[in-house]
Write a protein that binds this ligand. Sequence first.
Ligand code: FES
Length: 139
Amino acid sequence: MTQQQFDFCDEAESSHWHPSAHIQEIPEGRGLSCEVAGTRLALFFLNGQLEILEGRCPHANAPLGRGWIEGDQVICPLHRWKFDIRTGQCLTNPQKSVRHFPGRVDENGIIWVDLSEAETLSGSKGSDPPHDFDNPSDN
Ligand code: FES
């Protein structure tokens, strides 16, 4: 990494900004599940806008980044709870929303996420449960 590549790197290192993925890793019309600094995330581009959610479904820990996008919502791949991608609001159970994190893309296509509020996300830590989330009929 050069100084020129990441203009906000000094700010990032002094705060809670972390590199998460490259924009080309997010499939068209889908999300991306990844883990950054021990926190599971779900990354999306919705109408050209980067959206980053806490990636562990509060129902039974499925990776929301591997869900299906319908309009402004992501559908959990395990039991189909619905979440607003723009806010993290759970539309199936409003008491079980997920966090929405600030993010930005640098000039090299690297997606950075601000995890300054992630310290309280005990439910986002750990690995995914074993399951074939790529098969919609496997629920
Ligand atoms: S794990 Fe997401 S709805 Fe059950």
